[in-house]
Design a protein around this ligand. Sequence first.
Ligand SMILES: [Zn+2]
Length: 533
Amino acid sequence: MKNFLPPILYLLAIGFLPLVLATAKAISFEKLKDRTFRKTVAKDFLRTFPACALAALPLMIFPGAAKWYLLGIHLVFFPLFVLEFGHVWYFGARIGINTFYSLFVSTAAETGEYIRQNLSVFNVLAAFVPFFAIAYGLWLLPPPAYASETWHWAAVAVTVALVVPMVQNSLKKHDYQRKTSYWLNPYVSLAYHYLKFRINYRALREMILAHAAPPFAKIRSRLEGAARETYVILIGESANSHHFHCYGYERETTPFTEKIAGLRRFAGVRSQFAQTLPSLEKTITFATVKEPDLLYKKGSLIDYFHEAGFKVWWYSNQGALDDTAITAMTTHADVSKCFNFADMKRFEAAGFDANMLGDYEKALDDPAPKKAVFLHLLGSHSAYVNRYPSEFRHFEDAPPKKGHLSVDKQAMINSYDDSIRYTDFVISEAIRLLSAREGVKGLVYFSDHGEDVYDTNEDKSLGHGAIANEPMISVPFYVWISDELDRLRPDLRRAAAKSDYKLEDAIHTVIDVASLENDDFDASKSIFEKAAE
Ligand SMILES: [Zn+2]
């Protein structure tokens, strides 16, 4: 087997370099202690081999045509490699469905501007020079050759025997769509994610039509003489209130918000569901478990604010086209933007929740007199260790009552608690920035559902899912009210906290805090339990 090495190295380089760069950007000594992180990285590397081996197969079968084959690969896949590599370089994550959503839908105008700014003659040349240099190098490579005919077919047979089961495995019915990692190399990742984007976007447009509910009747404001009003709704992710210090957890997971005056924390709030979509479908609409079809018959909280004369922002750090029904509702916002370019379950370091705060500040400074800003956090979604920057790595000792668990399991609980503490920082920043602005202000924070991190099962971290248990449905619920709002709405301060509050009623609490009302609003479903007036 003579001269096979250089062409195979070239194929491996194109397949693996973006992954190597993404790993280099995400890795740290602390993260290597996290089992989920190690597993995800290992999986992604292993899963890149089938595509590389597949690309090497024609080379093995027809070594005589190697030169032409390599040039063909180079012509098509080197530009894709440059795009993938550039994406990892700038965003810390490989190209995914959110990339296309941002490019064509959510931030299309901004993206166009960004490309125009950066597409200088120099940049174009910088990409073309290596393209031609490598093409020339591939052309000059000596032709690969086998020692004998037997060697030739033996090599081909071994490659086929390795590739076929791997490719078969990656194409398994019902499963291949979720196993995107199999396609995470520039050979096919772009095409795969683009196709997935097209399919999900079609579903999104159907959902948007389904959500075209009639406008809300006669929304009134209960505030008189408020020139400026701003309300912020922070929607958390996988935050289990049993891991919040402010709700009694032994660890200091909420040190930042505990210093904030005017912040009220409600205990005993439960979500009806342990998954994002079914939970939020109820929480930000008037639909309930008893009346699920109100999801389509009435607009969402976004429409409610909009029709009450508010300018509405929806900033999301989550996958835009995974929970399509939520995205369909958010298209009714005046400004809708998706910040995360990484798949939640991959290991990449992109997409910390605080990345949204810059745009959030711009929204707060917008001249519109009435504003509603939604921030959809990635919060504590697994893998937890990827949810916070390394300077927020904090808990390293044995977690409360879990000292008997293995080192790996303790590390996972520690990173979950770190993610809760980071969310606490993000909430405190959101309140700090909001409180510095003029006018009447209020903020509501809750999580869509909780998470079970060795809370009920010593052997398994159960996460969240279709079958819910107590840790998966216990959620934090905060309301912060500015002094200006407090003066106009003393009833909020005087109100008792409702016990056993259902998260699906959160829409009534938000409307209550925003001092709006109409026939759809039910004061008895607000978390503020007010005595009869
Ligand atoms: Zn969720």
